[in-house]
Design a protein around this ligand. Structure first.
Ligand code: ADP
Ligand code: ZN
Length: 607
């Protein structure tokens, strides 16, 4: 039986405190279930709105909501954001002084706090457990719950101990949340946190506002510069690179070319690193060039693009990293440059790792799935969602849907490639094989007398780039593999045989020379862009300035004050009074009280 008083009260909190008109997706059900004391496992994509799923029940129930999170660096911002809407929040972690911790503990004990964020290793101390035993607890929220999974990509041993919560506090509801969707991780979370009997709330993993685009890598730095200049001037974004050195070089290159950029990788001094992160969060138009060490839990809502200069190891990684774009729901881009060299490099990394065979096999399977995504002839989103077990139809908002590749019967071309690889005894890399195909009389070709082979020059009708594209597709189709031991030599797999014998046809993608493309005017499905008139744009700009100033005064990131989407609505509605302002999504009572007068004054000053 749904408890109407609870759902009414939840909606009231959503509207008056958080300033949003309605719940999204399954939020209402989750809030109701947890507020009534139920356990839950919540799977929602990044930006889906997980926080409210535990924040509102914590406010509805007596006592303090305890949020377990590994993201110590973000706790301050989370607490600040809650303070902005008038929720009493605090944190306990190793960055604060003993006195500060004492004070928080005292407030928790006295019931003066609605939400307290705690690092898992802190929670497990006897001091902290005693504190919680002597306080009234509304719920436990276990954020980033995939950290308890050994299968996943971010296992943290201290998460395993969280099953104590169930034993020590059997009557307190627990809600575990994650954006990692695959069934194996989900099962491990349920099992390791003893949530086997808890209902699972699984949301759609689609992020319709993100446009996926994968281009052929030529000169990646130049390509990403063009991409930012053409499509995202003045926007905040993240550029991922594999190595620390490449991070440094790319950041320097972007800066030298007028794009303000900061580096971030694990080899940097801790202080510089966190200073860069803080700047990225607080300033409006910075590009963060980073290794994957950057980004877990980054909840900056207005990241407009995520670019990959190197191939991620898996679709899980790719989806998580690209998911950091467009959390505010406005259009955003996931852009990647990928080439043959990436495949060779990733294969080598797997092979050279110290890990056991099972692990290597899993990693290889994951990389293969990633390659399949890169070389697909069909909608990228369909492929991505399918990987997470969610069926869907062509999206209209990926490069393949926008300009579908033309496919052709590439059986003969593929046979030429495969037999060339065979003729050079499967001992040479792509560069040499392609030289032989195209009849290039390089020193190496002459040295090995490969100009005498029957396949020499049989592929002279196609360019080197075209042949590279065919090699990549052959790898993605599983016809050939790259041998990591012998300098990236191409080898035939068993699957090559029927193709060579002419028993099996191969569809290939017609080669298109990569061209610098201006953004096409295609809007993501279901997204209604609030086009601003000239006056409204001016108001919006004015509000942005006001927000920069205010954020500096309060020492919080700008988006903690108001999101762009909220400010855009304000610019359109031009509220003349506090009451008008109250109706805008993202304006709750506390913000109305704190900023209402100033906003109304900004608007009045413009007319
Ligand atoms: P997650 O933790 O799932 O990545 P968040 O909880 O940070 O996502 O929410 C993402 C963004 O969506 C936040 O800016 C949040 O304020 C906004 N949001 C969440 N729920 C709603 C809602 N019901 N209506 C409007 N905005 C919402
Ligand atoms: Zn598509």
């Amino acid at each position: 039986m749904p408890d109407h008083t609870i759902s009414d009260r939840a909606l009231h909190i959503l509207q008056t405190i958080f300033g949003y008109p309605s719940f999204r997706g399954q939020q209402a059900d989750i809030v109701q279930h947890v507020a009534q004391g139920g356990d839950a496992l919540v799977l929602m994509p990044t930006g889906g709105g997980k926080s409210l799923c535990y924040q509102i029940p914590a406010l509805l129930r007596d006592g303090v909501g305890v949020v377990v999170s590994p993201l110590i660096a973000l706790m301050q911002d989370q607490v600040d954001a809650l303070a902005e809407v008038g929720v009493r929040a605090a944190f306990l972690n190793s960055t604060q002084s003993f006195d500060e911790a004492m004070q928080t503990e005292r407030r928790v004990r006295r019931g003066e706090i609605d939400l307290v964020y705690v690092a898992p290793e802190r929670l497990m101390t006897s001091r902290c457990l005693e504190l919680l035993e002597s306080s009234k607890i509304a719920l436990f929220a276990i954020d980033e719950a995939h950290c308890v999974s050994q299968w996943g990509h971010d296992f943290r041993p201290e998460y395993m101990k969280l099953s104590v919560l169930h034993e020590r506090f059997p009557d307190v509801p627990r809600i575990a949340l994650t954006a990692t969707a695959d069934p194996q991780t989900r099962a491990e979370i349920a099992h390791n946190l003893q949530l086997d009997d808890a209902p699972q709330f699984v949301s759609s993993f689609d992020r319709p506002n993100i446009r996926y685009q994968i281009v052929e890598k030529m000169n990646a730095r130049k390509q990403v510069l063009d991409f930012i200049r053409d499509e995202h001037p003045g926007d905040a974004g993240i550029v991922y690179c594999l190595s620390r050195k490449k991070v440094e070089e790319t950041a320097e290159f972007l800066n030298a070319n007028g794009i303000p950029a900061l580096p971030y990788h694990a080899g940097m001094d801790m202080q510089v690193r966190s200073a860069n992160q803080a700047r990225f969060l607080r300033e409006e138009a910075l590009v963060m060039v980073a290794t994957i060490a950057f980004g877990m839990g980054i909840d900056k809502p207005d990241v407009r693009f995520v670019a990959h200069l190197d191939l991620p190891k898996s679709i899980e990684g790719y989806y998580q990293e690209t998911g950091r774009a467009g959390r505010d729901g406005a259009p955003a881009d996931a852009w990647m440059a990928y080439g043959l060299q990436d495949v060779v490099q990733q294969r080598r990394m797997i092979d050279e790792s110290e890990a056991g065979d099972t692990y290597k096999r899993i990693q290889t399977a994951k990389l293969d799935a990633m390659l399949g995504l890169c070389e697909t002839l069909n909608c990228r989103r369909v492929r991505l969602l399918d990987y997470f077990g969610q069926p869907s139809g062509p999206c209209g908002n990926c490069d393949i849907c926008i300009s579908p590749p033309v496919s052709f019967d590439g059986t003969v071309k593929m046979q030429k490639l495969l037999s060339s690889i065979y003729r050079v005894e499967q001992r040479f890399g792509a560069g040499h094989v392609i030289d032989v195909l195209r009849g290039v009389e390089s020193d190496k070709v002459k040295q090995w007398r490969h100009d005498k082979l029957s396949t020499f020059g049989v592929g002279s009708d196609a360019s080197e780039a075209e042949w590279r594209a065919i090699v990549r597709q052959a790898i993605a189709l599983g016809l050939i593999e790259v041998d990591h031991d012998s300098y990236g030599a191409l080898k035939l797999t068993d699957q090559a045989r029927p193709v060579l014998r002419g028993e099996q046809k191969v569809q290939l993608r017609e080669y298109q020379k990569p061209a610098r493309q201006k953004r096409q005017a295609v809007k993501p499905k279901g997204y209604v862009e609030s086009e601003l008139s000239r006056t409204e744009q001016a108001i919006f700009e004015k509000l942005r300035w006001w927000r920069v100033e205010t954020a500096r005064k309060h020492n919080v990131p700008a988006y903690v004050i108001f999101h762009d989407a909220t400010m855009r609505e304000i610019a359109k509605a031009k509220p003349g009074s506090l009451n008008d302002l109250r109706n805008i999504s993202g304006v709750g009572e506390k913000k109305l009280e704190t900023y209402g007068e100033e906003i109304v004054a900004v608007i009045a000053g413009m007319s």
